[in-house]
Design a protein around this ligand. Structure first.
Ligand SMILES: [Zn+2]
Length: 124
C-alpha cells in the first residue's frame, strides 16, 4: 500500500484550519449583529447589502462545513486503512488527484461519471 502519511498530516492541518475559519466566521457574524443594534441610521440602504453579505457568509459556512465533513471522513478512512480507495469502484484513487484533493472520495472516472449524472438530472 502507498504511503499516505504526508497526506494524512495535510488533512489534519486542514481540519484545524477549517475549524478556525469557521469560528472566525461565527465571530464576525456576532460582531456584525452587535454593530447593527448599535446604529439606528441608514438601515434601509444597508438592508440589501446586509442580506447579500449574510447570503455570502452562509454559503461560505456551508462550504466550510461540507469540506470539514469530507476531511473528517478521509481521516477516518486513513485510520481504518481504506484511505485512497475509490468508494464507488474500489480502485485506488490517482495519486495526483489525492495530491490535489487529499479528501477525495472517488477516483477521477467515478467523479466524472457522477458529475455527468448530476448535470443530466438538473437539465431535465
Ligand atoms: Zn472509482
Amino acid at each position: 500500500m502507498a504511503d499516505f502519511t504526508e497526506l494524512y498530516e495535510r488533512l489534519k492541518e486542514e481540519r484545524i484550519r477549517l475549524k478556525e475559519e469557521f469560528q472566525r466566521l461565527k465571530a464576525e457574524e456576532k460582531s456584525a449583529d452587535e454593530q447593527r443594534e448599535g446604529s439606528p441610521f441608514g438601515k434601509r440602504e444597508e438592508g440589501a447589502t446586509e442580506a447579500f453579505e449574510l447570503e455570502k457568509r452562509l454559503a461560505l459556512e456551508r462550504q466550510l462545513a461540507d469540506t470539514l465533513v469530507e476531511v473528517e471522513h478521509a481521516l477516518k478512512k486513513y485510520e481504518s486503512g481504506t484511505y485512497g480507495i475509490c468508494e464507488l469502484c474500489g480502485q485506488p484513487i490517482e495519486p495526483a488527484r489525492l495530491e490535489a484533493l487529499p479528501q477525495a472520495k472517488l477516483c477521477l472516472e467515478c467523479k466524472a461519471r457522477q458529475a455527468k449524472n448530476a448535470r443530466s438530472k438538473s437539465t431535465r
